[in-house]
Design a protein around this ligand. Structure first.
Ligand code: DGP
Length: 126
């Protein structure tokens, strides 16, 4: 089943500048901004500017340039906030909630970058 992108989702409105955002990094293909309800000292959302519902959609349909840029922006941010273990950082977590079971609230692909405190185990064993 093909994905249908709803251009009324909140991140589409942020991309159109209808809603303000606290931008962390922006490129031709990618926007990163602070989450409105932070769950860690650093809680940043990274979204492609293209209209992709989730990572599956993005992986299938995005151009190589979009995929490369999105991946590099995430890497640049984790470095910029001092979270990367290779530079002495304490680490971080990437989350991409997807679909119903993944409890994805906003239907535009986004990765959460969470950092700045010990985050605990992600899930409890079944
Ligand atoms: P998810 O459940 O993975 O779809 O996460 C959606 C996230 O989006 C959630 O952590 C809160 C955040 N969010 C929702 N509305 C806004 C908004 O208007 N601005 C910003 N910056 N973040 C938002």
């Amino acid at each position: 089943m093909a994905y249908e992108y709803d251009d009324q989702n909140i991140f589409a409105k942020i991309l159109r500048r209808e809603i303000p955002n606290d931008t962390v990094m922006e490129t031709d293909y990618t926007l990163a901004f602070r989450d409105i309800i932070p769950q860690a000292p650093e809680h940043i959302l990274v979204i492609p500017k293209g209209f992709y519902v989730n990572h599956d959609h993005f992986a299938a349909d995005a151009t190589d340039a979009e995929v490369l840029d999105f991946t590099r922006v995430i890497g640049a941010i984790t470095h910029a906030i001092g979270a990367t273990p290779s530079t002495g950082g304490s680490g971080y977590r990437l989350i991409a909630n997807t679909g119903n079971d993944g409890v994805q609230d906003v239907q535009h692909l986004h990765f959460h970058i969470l950092s700045g405190r010990r985050l605990g185990r992600m899930l409890q064993p079944v």
